[in-house]
Design a protein around this ligand. Sequence first.
Ligand code: ADP
Ligand code: MG
Length: 262
Amino acid sequence: MSLLRTENLSKIFISRRGLLKSENITALDNVNIELNERELIGIVGASGSGKSTLAKTLVFLYRPTSGNIYFNDKNITKYKSGKIKKYRKNIQMVFQDPYASLDPNHTVEWHIKRPLVLIKYKGNINERINELLNMVTLNPPEYYRNKFPHQLSGGQRQRVYLARTLAVEPKILIADEPVSMLDVSVRIDILNLLKMIRDKLNLSIIYITHDLNTVSMITDRIYVMHDGKIVEKGNTINIIKNPTDAYTKELIDAAPNPYKRI
Ligand code: ADP
Ligand code: MG
């Protein structure tokens, strides 16, 4: 049984230009993916292929136009808002821009404490904050707790945001281009951290990227997206070595060096 599964998931954006012209964008076109427990899978595709729409639909920031999402084999697309809230605790998202995701007026401690208060964390909140900072390797935690976002690097901010999402003990993490705005030198550290967290917390992770280099480093299985459709799926290395879809070949050719590990 898969932990999360989509069935012909579609999302159409209706955009209106002027009074007469309207243009629909099919951002997701009958997408079928599945994620098993403790799996780290990749969604790969060029800009505009529908990756972020898929992520946002999975966390209910968007309502699907049609199709179904199953969590633990329960069709959550049929849930009413109260139940959706419960589901959303299980599935957290990390975004691309570490500069936009933290509030500049508040400390690291505040950012991590807030979700703990919201979930009415029963244990010692101070210890839990330290534990979470340790988990994302911001050591020693005491050094980072009182820092403001502007005092941190992009990589450190992304770690803080990650600690914040882990505070609510999600089952699934969706990381949408989490390292594409970071310096190349810290990308590998953050990706290794994702892998380590997966092992430590038995999380399932969906890593979204346009970058075949990084996807081959941490995922076993990928889905390739193009124009809202899954055009290819399977073992990451097999697909990179023997792409069958013309669009996947294009992506590989466009990558500076697909086999180079950064
Ligand atoms: P990716 O993350 O792969 O770059 P997106 O999911 O952001 O792709 O976008 C897929 C398509 O949907 C694009 O054509 C984009 O312009 C369109 N799109 C995304 N979000 C919206 C929105 N909120 N309203 C209208 N169109 C959107
Ligand atoms: Mg995107």
